[in-house]
Write a protein of this length. Structure first.
Length: 404
């Protein structure tokens, strides 16, 4: 296969640069792309240089309200629950180069019980072999190197939920081989991330011979962000020098069985899914602006069971999400977000164009580990912002993030 050959070429390319010196420091922020060996909080167990275990937990408790419509503010839905409850284990065994990252989830939404009947307790279970701080490989179940907002841990988000663009078009966790490489140069740092995976998502059973191929390239022209801030929303580090990250990626999922590739309901027929990703991040003195573009396509996105009324589809179309925030020295953050989804003509009969605007107010008490968040949002469809438009609605939410 051409993709397999391309994947091997990329890995060979990364191996050829292992002699360069390292300039990036180990991440202290929550990272979902590598094991965390140095943490300020949490519980640690170690034995000489043969064994290390870092144990941490976090939870998100929320109360949210959703209106009946744009002009009827009576409550239609109450979202009061533990949205996330997780245990995380990081460390190494026998050798510091042989690292592991394990994350377990215990809430209903985290176990995919809202779209399936089998609880998916295991979120991440991956072994890493670290050649040096710039080059490491993984084997197991973990997040694919997709759009930035998806890869950023939910604990490092500045809004209660990821955007509607992410929810519809993202790629997600999968089982496979992962490769990460950073090349420091006079033009900034370049990062290459790749994965060869099953394409079936979390906890999948053995399937067909279709695979998924993921490639992501990042450029940091002004060097590394403080505390790995390129994978943390908001500028809580208050960067004193402008920091920028520009990225692009591509994902192909052969014979995908679910509406979202790794996520969603089972399709009635398998489909090949292609996803293109581009995103950018800027941080400076408390200001942070991030934006991302996702485009998904499938040759025939509609699948049917029986008569044409039973339809399950791949979302064929594109989306844009942008967020702007300011973090004050007192630990208060003001944030806004605009998101839009545009379906292609092939699914226009089943999906309307959707847009959403959020405003948020956050109070950080221990960085992203302990914070209080409030949000309000308005969603509208078919390009019509009028409160009388059918399908438009308001929502608000209060959430507490607590963890170590």
């Amino acid at each position: 296969m051409n993709f397999c050959r391309s994947y091997l070429v990329l890995f060979t390319f990364t191996l050829s640069f292992t002699t360069f010196s390292i300039t990036d420091s180990l991440a202290q922020n929550e990272s979902d792309e590598r094991a965390m060996l140095k943490v300020d909080d949490g519980i640690s167990f170690s034995k000489d240089s043969l064994f290390l275990l870092n144990l941490r937990f976090r939870m998100q408790n929320r109360i949210g309200l959703q209106s009946h419509s744009g002009d009827d503010l009576n409550v239609k839905q109450i979202d009061a629950r533990v949205r996330r409850l997780r245990l995380r284990f990081d460390g190494y065994v026998l050798n510091k180069k042989l690292q592991y990252y394990l994350q377990l989830s215990f809430s209903k939404a985290d176990q995919e019980l809202e779209t399936g009947t089998v609880p998916q307790i295991i979120r991440d279970a991956v072994l890493y072999y670290t050649i040096n701080d710039r080059l490491y490989f993984g084997l197991g179940q973990a997040k694919l190197p997709g759009n930035r907002q998806r890869v950023i841990s939910s604990g490092n988000q500045q809004f209660a939920d990821r955007s509607i663009v992410n929810n519809e078009l993202t790629i997600d966790r999968d089982f496979g081989l992962f490769g990460y490489y950073t090349l420091p140069t006079r033009l900034g740092a370049f990062k290459l991330k790749t994965a060869l995976s099953t394409g079936e998502g979390r906890g999948a059973s053995p399937g067909d011979d279709g695979l998924a191929y993921t490639y992501r390239f990042e450029w940091l022209p002004f060097g590394a962000f403080k505390n790995a801030g390129d994978y943390s929303e908001g500028d809580i580090e208050r960067e004193q020098q402008l920091k920028v990250s520009l990225a692009a990626g591509y994902h192909k999922n052969e014979r995908a069985k679910r509406t979202g590739g790794q996520l969603g309901l089972e399709l009635y027929e398998a489909r090949d899914i292609n996803t293109f990703i581009a995103d950018a991040l800027f941080k400076y003195k408390g200001w942070a602006w991030s934006t991302e573009f996702l485009d998904r396509s499938a040759a025939n996105p509609l699948t049917f069971s029986g008569d044409s009324s039973n339809v399950r589809l791949v979302y064929d179309g594109y989306g844009i999400n942008s967020q702007l925030s300011y973090y004050t020295q007192s630990g208060i953050e003001y944030a806004i977000r605009y998101s839009m989804l545009q379906p292609s003509a092939s699914i226009a009969a089943y999906r309307l164009p959707t847009e959403e605007f959020w405003v948020g107010l956050n109070k950080y008490m221990n960085g992203h580990r302990i914070k209080i968040q409030w949000f309000a949002a308005y969603r509208w469809v078919d390009g019509n912002t009028a409160v009388t438009q059918i399908g438009n609605r308001w929502s608000t939410m209060f959430q507490v993030e607590f963890g170590i």
